[in-house]
Design a protein around this ligand. Structure first.
Ligand code: FE2
Length: 209
């Protein structure tokens, strides 16, 4: 029984210069894979045979098992992150998502400016998040491997990985340029909008197989 590394939802060269194939090789093929391998190395002794990924994350949090929590949470965070991205085709928010953005941030540029500010301002490793909380859009960030899976009321819509391993190949140390470039060009707004149904957590879940 093991968790698996999910396939990327697009070819490695599909995100162009905004996120290179080399970045995806390292970030998905090495960093994300390492979390999967490390979590799998711990499962047998933890009594979690047959647990889903989200159940394992919540059990690890409850038991205060930091090693298992960090690795399983990072499997989920990355599985969600890859789905938040799509090849650059001028995509924009539509429908209910566009209406919520207009109501709270005036327009998409306003939302992205706030999300970029959160991403750039987050000290050290973590994740910038757009979530739905009580029917409202909310921008926040979580530290290290922390994840909406263990935060009641945080329904995940969109995330940006701000660990340095997310941008050092394409953007060196320039997190602001990375955030601006990715958020402005390769967000999968269709996926983000679909998560308004409150089922975002399940879209990056997986069963032990
Ligand atoms: Fe990452």
């Amino acid at each position: 029984m093991a968790f698996r590394l999910p396939e990327l939802p697009y070819p490695k060269d599909a995100l162009g210069d905004y996120m290179s194939a080399e970045t995806l090789d390292f970030h998905h093929g090495k960093h994300h894979k390492a979390y999967v391998d490390k979590a799998n190395g711990m499962l047998d002794e933890k009594g979690l045979a047959g647990a889903s990924l989200t159940a394992a994350i919540r059990a690890a949090k409850e038991k205060g098992d930091k090693g298992l929590f960090n690795n399983t949470a990072q499997i989920w965070n990355h599985s969600f992150y890859w789905q938040c991205l799509a090849p650059p085709q001028g995509q924009q928010p539509t429908g209910k998502l566009a209406a919520l953005i207009e109501e709270q941030f005036d327009d998409t540029a306003g939302l992205l400016a706030k999300l970029k500010e959160e991403a750039v301002g987050h000290f050290s490793n973590g994740w910038a998040w757009l979530v739905l909380n009580g029917g409202k859009l909310e921008i926040t960030s979580l530290h290290d491997a922390d994840t909406p899976v263990v935060h009641d009321g945080m329904q995940p819509l969109l995330t940006l990985d701000v660990w340095e391993h997310a941008y050092y190949i394409d953007y060196r140390n320039e997190r602001p340029r990375f955030a601006e470039s990715v958020l402005g060009n390769i967000v999968n707004w269709e996926f983000v909008g679909s998560n308004l149904d409150g089922e975002g957590i399940s879209r990056a879940d997986q069963e032990l197989a």
